[in-house]
Design a protein around this ligand. Structure first.
Ligand SMILES: Cc1cc2nc3c(=O)[nH]c(=O)nc-3n(C[C@H](O)[C@H](O)[C@H](O)COP(=O)(O)O)c2cc1C
Length: 209
């Protein structure tokens, strides 16, 4: 899927997501924030200048977020996490935010009450889509802006030391070892990143990036 499609899931199916920042002591802080707008490569959210969240975003532009779809249990949910950089774009797009999200007028009814609000753009980063409702599970990476695609090849990989003993195959919970040739290959799209394969390999043929 294109980055925009993941961002659309975040805005339309998740909407209220958890953002993590760090406070002035470098300690983690989380809170719920709404994804108001998206474009091809970025997402937009708002906050008020008086909030600690605002100060933390100004002090440190690196943030992380996680969102999840509704679902009756874990096996029917999808999650998206992104980490990367944000920038404050002031009042730009604020009118659009209120137009696209009419419920915001209930929280900030008078125009005058909106003077404290500013818009932030999440413009660069790496994301992960995790779908537990698919069988086998689906895990996909995506990228925002100019972020260098570091993990495109997956967290675990099998080296030439593989002799094809299949011990990893028997221990893989998602059955995602491709045994069609030696060295075997991990089907990254379905891999949980649990590390079972590396743990059980007698030949130390599996490495973690
Ligand atoms: C469903 C929901 C959505 C929220 N969306 C936002 C938002 O988009 N922007 C915002 O500033 N606060 C939002 N809040 C409120 C923040 O979570 C709240 O202000 C937070 O506790 C303050 O964080 P801070 O103490 O880190 O500044 C939302 C709260 C809820 C319950």
């Amino acid at each position: 899927m294109e980055t925009k499609q993941y961002l659309k899931i975040l805005k339309d199916e998740m909407h209220s997501v958890v953002f993590a920042t760090t406070d002035k002591y470098g300690l983690p802080v989380t809170r719920v924030i709404d994804i108001m707008l998206i474009d091809d490569n970025s997402l937009y959210f708002i906050t008020a200048k008086g909030k600690n969240f605002y100060s933390q975003l100004i002090d440190n532009k690196f943030v992380a977020l996680s969102g999840m779809t509704d679902g009756k249990d874990s096996m029917s949910k999808k999650a998206i996490s992104i980490r990367g950089s944000v920038e404050c774009i002031g009042k730009n797009k604020l009118d659009e935010v209120f137009k696209e999200n009419p419920y915001m007028a209930e929280i900030y009814p008078q125009k005058e009450s909106r003077i404290v609000l500013e818009v932030f753009r999440f413009y660069e980063g790496e994301g992960e889509f995790f779908n537990l409702s698919a069988k086998p599970i689906i895990r996909e990476s995506f990228y925002l802006g100019k972020y260098v695609q570091k993990n495109k090849q997956g967290l675990y990989y099998i080296t030439n030391k593989c002799v094809g003993c299949k011990r990893c195959v028997s221990k893989c919970p998602q059955n995602c070892i491709d045994i069609s040739c030696i060295p075997f290959k991990i089907k990254q799209k379905n891999c949980l990143n649990c590390g079972n394969c590396k743990e059980v390999c007698y030949f130390s043929a599996i490495k973690k990036r």
